[in-house]
Design a protein around this ligand. Structure first.
Ligand SMILES: [Cu+2]
Length: 217
């Protein structure tokens, strides 16, 4: 091969490599988690979620994350949810992560719910903030719910999502009423970014992990 042909081949290789890098970076930045629609009726919708300590796959396999259950029963790695407007929504949330404790004890009190939060079936007015693992919050609807964590020494803890009911978990159930149509942000406020600078960022502010969008339609 002549020098010119060799240089051309090297140049082509560099160009292809650069194009692939740009392709993967763009793909990473614009990836949107799939939408999961609420089940139930038009008058009373239902969402089933789980919170896992570490996802176990993908680019952030060690990140804490939510998953959402489709009507078919399949768990999806997503926090993009669709619910009807001006409707009661009952959330059943299986919590597999251990407790980290809330930085602000105020968050131990559920807010914005219709009726009591149930922790493993027991109506609970306030959760001891030391027992909380995360908070489920929809600021625009005034909803904030502390999520009880599993004990550090619990047997059979889940390490790869989706977790099953056979693994150690706490079940939190609560109901809120949606407002008017629109797109709303929901997320964990504390404390799942504890390992990140200033306690923010990471999974706490990443769509598909602990940050989500609620499409109210
Ligand atoms: Cu959290």
């Amino acid at each position: 091969m002549s020098l010119g042909a060799r240089l051309a081949a090297v140049g082509l290789g560099v160009a292809v490599s650069a194009a692939l890098i740009v392709y993967y970076i763009l793909g990473y930045l614009i990836v949107q988690p799939p939408n999961v629609a609420a089940s139930g009726s038009a008058q009373h919708a239902r969402l089933t979620l789980q919170t896992v300590a570490s996802l176990g796959f993908g680019p952030h396999r060690d990140w804490v994350s939510y998953l959402a259950k489709e009507d078919t029963g399949k768990w999806v790695h997503s926090t993009v949810l669709t619910v009807p407007a001006n409707t009661l929504v009952t959330v059943t949330l299986y919590q597999y992560d251990t407790a980290t404790g809330l930085r602000n004890p105020y968050f131990g009190g559920p807010r914005g719910l219709v009726g009591d939060m149930l922790v493993n079936g027991t109506p609970t007015k306030t959760l001891d903030p030391d027992l909380a693992s995360h908070t489920f919050a929809i600021p625009d609807f005034g909803v904030s719910v502390p999520l009880k964590g599993v004990a550090d020494n619990a047997k059979n803890q889940c390490s790869v999502a989706p977790c099953t009911l056979a693994e150690a978990h706490e079940t939190i159930t609560f109901t809120f009423r949606t407002g008017k149509r629109g797109d709303y942000r929901w997320q964990c406020f504390v404390p799942c970014a504890a390992g990140f600078i200033l306690g923010f960022g990471g999974p706490m502010q990443s769509l598909g992990y602990m940050d989500g969008i609620l499409h109210v339609v």
